[in-house]
Design a protein around this ligand. Structure first.
Ligand code: CAA
Length: 282
């Protein structure tokens, strides 16, 4: 694989995936129809690469080379020459299905189509194409360039060749690979989501304050962030969406969204991206 396309590249995850692929030597094409969001996403990638230069993690030449490998397109057709396209659009099944149908129409017959969805059924997306055997999940963690893990997700229709290609691609990005089944939450979120929701329930019933809950986990378990910080980092709307899907699928009470989470999303307190969640952000 040489050329990678990313749909939804102006979102936090999409931009991180573009940056990671470019840093790993791939030509990357980011698709977005919004020129203003495209400009902002490219500026964010440049800023992150600049911080890596400041911290002497990469050289100024590495930064320039990575940026030279990134291009943007506002037409799906601009992804026609890609060997792999990773969809990282918002978690909306109908939107994602139409993206997959469009990609199937423009991409080469041998191209692999992947989704970064954390909760939606991948076989549903695969069946929106005429190549379900060449569709799989590549689930990255935020921030994609820094987090070591990649969950490679196989549906019942994914071919062995596609799975192996997905694993080899992840390894070429320097990721630690685990293979998961196409079930909501895969491995990480099946464990993470109940933990985050429990922290919110604990706050809601007044058992502890938000800073104490986070400090307990950081200092007691040596996690880099506490659960409420992670929730703000993921985005409370995304967390609510993932929890709802997992609850719908399993009907297990551990995935039922706490009222406080719903109220915060209704109030527009979405975490870091809106400037307010369990914490305030400038
Ligand atoms: N490229 C390079 N650097 C980036 C970056 C990017 N795309 N995005 C963020 N960073 C850097 C920032 O520049 C910042 O560094 P500076 O302050 O030097 O500018 C740094 O990340 C964040 O600041 P920290 O002081 O927290 O940095 P750190 O080195 O101590 O740790 C961390 C960063 C890796 C994010 C660490 O805090 C961590 O591991 N946190 C946990 C994150 C986590 O749990 N992610 C998973 C969420 S779940 C998910 O994504 C999947 C899902 O389906 C819900």
């Amino acid at each position: 694989m040489k050329k990678v396309g990313v749909v939804g590249f102006t979102g936090v995850m999409g931009a991180g995936i573009v940056q990671l692929c470019a840093q790993s030597g791939y030509e990357v094409v980011g698709y977005s129809r919004d020129p203003e969001r495209t400009r902002k996403a490219l500026a964010v990638i440049e800023k992150h690469l600049g911080r890596l230069v400041d911290k002497e993690k990469i050289t100024a030449e590495d930064k320039a080379a990575a940026l030279s490998r990134i291009s943007a397109t506002d037409e799906m057709n601009g992804l026609a020459a890609c060997d792999l396209v990773i969809e990282s659009a918002v978690e909306d099944m109908n939107l994602k299905k139409s993206v997959f149908t469009e990609l199937d129409g423009v991409c080469r017959p041998d191209a692999i189509l992947a989704t970064n969805t954390s909760s939606l059924s991948i076989i549903d997306l695969a069946m929106a194409t005429r190549r379900p055997n060449q569709v799989l999940g590549l689930h990255f963690f935020n921030p994609a360039p820094l987090m070591p893990l990649l969950e490679v997700v196989k549906t019942i229709a994914t071919s062995d060749e596609t799975l192996e290609a997905g694993k080899a691609f992840g390894e070429s990005l320097g990721k630690t690979i685990i293979v998961a089944r196409d079930a909501p939450g895969y491995i990480v979120n099946t464990l993470l989501i109940p933990y985050l929701l429990n922290a919110i329930r604990m706050l809601d019933r007044g058992q502890a304050g938000h800073e104490d809950i986070d400090t307990a986990i950081k200092a007691g378990l040596n996690y880099p962030m506490g659960p409420l910080q992670v929730a703000d980092y993921i985005g409370l709307d995304s967390l609510l969406f993932i929890a709802n899907i997992m609850y719908e699928e399993s009907k297990e009470p551990q995935y039922a969204a706490p009222p406080l989470l719903k109220k915060m999303v209704t109030a527009g307190w979405l975490g870091r991206k809106s400037g307010k969640g369990f914490y305030e952000y400038r």
